[in-house]
Design a binder for this molecule. Structure first.
Ligand code: UN1
Length: 502
């Protein structure tokens, strides 16, 4: 197995092991099962102190002009460029995704910083024509305060950065609870950004990091000092967060489960469709919310595409994700392996036929119990297991006769994150994107369901939660809109023509 000099990476990223303190979380790598480092858990007392300091930091940060806030985010982007190799390796080692994807994740952070820098000069409001003489109407966007971020293990740093970089240029401070499965990459990011805030004589609580489990997330959800909570994770988690935040009339941005499908029509470029399907299904070992979970294939090409798919899966190399020869790394932990095995079992019980068998990989080259085989099952679209998101590399394939039917199958799941069609036929492509087409937040043509760029608004409908993060005008969710009307006349004309005289 390729050696990773984790201790020197941790040293360069200024991570100190705090073992011995309690309570604490020790992060174990799914790559080789070894302990990476231990971090303290945020106690209630620590939390209270930190939220207090975050409030103070907000009163200072909101006074900084937005383009100057952008300048700080520019420096953060530069620091991430410097640390890209180390941070990318750490992501790969702590989370288990391939090194290419680990580096890609850090690149996604750099990209969102660049985007946020430009945005810091563009937080535009509209002007409106007033119905009253000598009145001016406009709107402006103001910061919210403390933005809470709950992120998942699968994108341990990028999804935080989509939220944080945008929230910061909007004038907010952030309170981040990363997944308890990936606390070390989070700590590395926190070190990188606090160094920038320190260097610029700004309070480092503009970025706060808290570590803990779901209980800490619940504490954030019910905390009225957090006007906006952006949460990424399972639909189950999202529902509980949404209820707690709604109970205090706070706001949420939710990015929850996906059950993403690719429709492959007879007009598809088969090579592109194949590559997109395989990367979509096995990338990040099937642990992206955008992972391709279903292929809906036209009956006329079904058999031939299946043969090519099975052949492509034979070429997949599974093993240490830091070894660039491997395509697929381990699942995050043994609980994930168990839900993968359970899903396979349930799929078989419902009548699913595996054309590429799954299973746990053991022996040389698999130094942890978390390596599994990406597998493919032929199913009927209505199977219960096919309606669910299993965070693992299990691909369900099914047949369709006409495009209406394919779109109905694609839409007929509770989730609504990402979708794609593979076709060179303009009518099919446009139909898929029309009002009668995909009901997802993301709908692609001739690319797969995963691998979105940061420039678009990211998120989905239905059980995916409805939130939008990252690019486009997603920033508006991180600010409060204020409508302003100024009367510069010496009269007080009332709107709607109402007269009121004394
Ligand atoms: C996620 O899995 O939560 O589109 C985010 C993609 C990545 C982000 C995935 N850019 O696959």
């Amino acid at each position: 197995m390729k050696a990773i000099h984790i201790s020197s990476i941790l040293e360069r990223l200024c991570i100190q092991n705090v073992s011995g303190t309690s309570p604490s979380i020790t992060s174990f790598s799914p790559v080789d099962g070894k302990a990476i480092a231990t971090v303290p858990i945020t106690t209630r007392v620590d939390y209270e102190a930190l939220v207090g300091k975050a409030g103070v930091a907000f009163s200072q940060w909101k006074q900084v002009p937005a383009p100057k806030r952008g300048e700080i985010v520019r420096q953060i982007g530069d620091a991430l460029r410097l640390h890209k190799q180390d941070l990318g390796r750490l992501v790969s080692y702590e989370m288990g995704k391939s090194l290419q994807e680990g580096l890609g994740e850090v690149q996604e952070m750099i990209d969102i910083c660049d985007f946020a820098v430009g945005l810091s000069r563009q937080l535009y409001g509209l002007t409106t024509q007033s119905e009253r003489p000598a009145h001016r109407m406009f709107e402006q966007w103001l910061p919210l305060g403390i933005v809470g971020i709950i992120s998942a293990f699968n994108f341990p740093v990028a999804v935080w950065s989509w939220n944080a970089a945008i929230a910061w240029v909007c004038g907010n401070v952030c309170l981040w609870k990363p997944s308890e499965k990936t606390p070390i990459t989070a700590l590395a990011c926190q070190k990188i950004v606090s160094e920038i805030f320190n260097r610029n004589d700004l309070p480092q609580e503009i970025s706060c990091l808290i570590q803990g489990d779901a209980e800490l997330g619940k504490q954030m959800a019910s905390d009225p000092r957090i006007p906006l909570l952006s949460a990424t994770g399972s639909t189950r988690m999202g529902k509980s967060v949404a209820q707690a935040v709604a109970a205090r009339l706070g706001r949420t941005i939710l990015e929850l489960g996906g059950n993403n499908a690719i429709i492959i029509t007879p007009h598809a470029d088969t090579k592109t469709a194949l590559l997109a399907s395989v990367f979509g299904a096995v990338g990040t070992a099937g642990q992206r919310c955008t992972t391709t979970r279903r292929l809906i294939i036209h009956e006329s090409i079904y058999e031939s595409f299946k043969v090519q798919l099975v052949d492509a899966y034979k070429q997949l190399k599974i093993g240490n994700p830091l070894d660039e020869a491997n395509h697929v790394g381990p699942l995050i932990d043994e609980a994930a392996v168990n839900s993968y095995l359970e899903a396979i079992k349930r799929c078989k019980q419902e009548g699913g036929k595996f054309i590429v068998e799954g299973g746990v990989l053991k022996g040389d080259g698999y130094p942890s119990p978390c390596y599994v085989k990406p597998c493919i099952a032929e199913v009927e679209p209505h199977y219960k297991i096919v309606q669910q998101e299993t965070f693992a590399p299990i691909l369900y394939v099914m047949k369709y006769k006409d495009l209406e039917e394919a779109i109905a199958i694609q839409n007929n799941v509770p989730q609504g994150l990402s979708s794609a069609i593979m076709t060179l036929n303009l009518r099919e492509a446009e139909h898929f994107l029309s009002v009668n087409g995909s009901d997802c937040g993301i709908a692609n043509v001739n690319i797969g369901t995963s691998g979105a760029e940061i420039g678009g608004a990211f998120g989905g409908e239905k059980e995916t939660g409805g939130g939008r993060e990252s690019g486009s005008d997603a920033w508006k969710a991180y600010m409060r809109r204020q409508t302003n009307t100024i009367n510069y006349s010496d009269k007080l004309p009332l709107a709607q023509g109402i007269t009121f005289n004394l």
